[in-house]
Every structure is written in C-alpha cells, then in structure tokens.
Design a protein around this ligand. Structure first.
Ligand code: HEC
Length: 207
C-alpha cells in the first residue's frame, strides 16, 4: 500500500518537475536567431514589396547575363535574329536524339502547326483558310522549297519566327523543335515516304 502511494506521489512530482522545464504550447523556448526560424516568405512574382536586397524590390531576378542554367545548355542559341543569322543557321545540325520514334514530333506538330500549315503541311489549316493573305508563297511542305530547306533554317524560324509566323520558342524546347522539324521533313517527303503509316487524314492528297 505504502509503496503504491510513493509511486503515485513520485510520478506526480516528476511530471510537475518536467513540465516545469519543458516549454508549453507554441513557445519553443529561447530563440537565439529568430530569422532562422521565421523566414520571410517572399512571393516569387511580386515586385515592389519589402525586398531590400534586390533592386526595385524585385523578388525574382533574371539569371546573370551570359550564364546558362544547369541542364539547359541547348537553350543557348548564338545566332542573331537577322538575315545573316538565318543564313548561318543553315549549317546547324540536329542532335542525334531528334528522331520520330517517340511520336513527339507529330504530337507537337498537330498542336502548334496544324492551325496554319494543316495536318499534312498542305497550308490548308483553318487560319490560312480564313486569312489567305497570311499564306506563304510556297504551297505546301511537299514543295521543293521545304524539301530542300536546311533543317537549321527551320530551327531558326521556329526560334525567332519569320514574317507572319511567330516564334515558337516559348512552347517548344530546343529538343522538341528538332523533333517537330523531323516531322516537317517527313511530311515534305510524304510522296516518297507514303508507305509510312504516319497520317490517315483525308487531306493527305492535298498538294
Ligand atoms: C500563324 C500561322 C502559323 C503557325 C501556327 C505556324 N506557321 Fe510556319 N509559317 C507561317 C507562315 C506565314 C510562313 C511563311 C513565312 C515567310 O517566309 O514569310 C511559315 C513558314 C514556315 C516554314 C518555312 C520556314 C523558312 O525558313 O522559310 C516552316 C518550315 C514552317 N513554317 C513550319 C512550321 C512549324 C513546324 C510550325 C509549328 C511549330 C509552324 N510553322 C507554325 C505560318 C505559321
């Protein structure tokens, strides 16, 4: 009996002692460097708030000029958006992994290019149908112009745009651009590659 009482009082005393040392509730005790606990949550896209470090109170900053983010080396494109740049782009070669195998070239072409150039590159997309003045001089991808157009020049056009065609750099990564180019070349040679089951569209006969 006595033993049980000792244990009871003992544990009450111990609890009282321990809860005396350990802080309660949300109080973590003394803070030696509060900044480390409560970091200021800057909003990435905000500007002009209390950011004292960056100019204009910006939170997000551009990368240092001339630097390339890790793993983004192929985003570096040295040719200028000019006639000379376009001519020089003829020498660009597609990377070895730019193939049609994964179907991504066709997938992206169907999304971004068909509105103007049509499902098979016949320049019969809805936009060109509605505003025929937008159409280029060449009639279809099967024209010799596109057949013989260096892939590098198409890359240049996809990157910067050309006259009525806008830049696609924001929607196609460099690798994707090359894949789409491979698909354009496939379409341009479709009379040659007719055996390939790439298109089942009824407009396939459009020249
Ligand atoms: C808004 C309509 C439009 C869209 C969308 C469009 N194009 Fe074009 N494209 C044009 C026009 C217009 C030209 C003719 C530009 C010129 O030479 O004046 C052109 C030219 C081209 C050329 C010839 C480029 C050269 O260097 O002469 C290629 C190849 C081409 N487009 C491929 C594509 C591909 C691939 C896509 C999709 C990623 C695409 N286009 C999306 C309107 C478009």
């Amino acid at each position: 009996m006595n033993n049980k009482l000792y244990i009871l009082f003992g544990s009450i005393a111990a609890t009282a002692l321990m809860s005396g040392c350990v802080s309660r509730g949300n109080n973590p005790g003394w803070e030696y460097a509060p900044d480390m606990y409560y970091s200021k949550g800057y909003e990435a896209y905000n500007q002009g708030d209390s950011n004292k470090v960056n100019p204009y109170g910006m939170n997000m900053r551009e990368p240092v000029a001339g630097t390339v983010a890790y793993g983004k080396l192929d985003y570096k494109y040295n040719l200028e958006n000019s006639g000379e740049g376009y001519e020089a782009s003829a020498a660009l070669l597609s990377p070895a992994d730019a193939t049609l195998e994964d179907g991504r070239g066709k997938y992206l072409y169907d999304i971004y290019c068909t509105p103007c150039h049509g499902a098979n590159g016949g320049n019969d997309g809805e936009v060109f149908k509605k505003v025929s003045t937008l159409k280029p001089a060449w009639k279809a991808y099967t024209d010799d112009y596109i057949k013989t157009l260096p892939e590098g020049k198409i890359y240049h056009t996809l990157t910067y745009g050309k006259n009525n065609m806008g830049s696609h750099a924001s929607v196609l990564s460099p690798k994707d651009r090359w894949k789409v180019i491979k698909y354009v070349k496939l379409l341009s040679n479709q009379s040659v590659a007719a055996a390939e089951p790439t298109t089942t569209d009824s407009t396939a006969t459009t020249k």
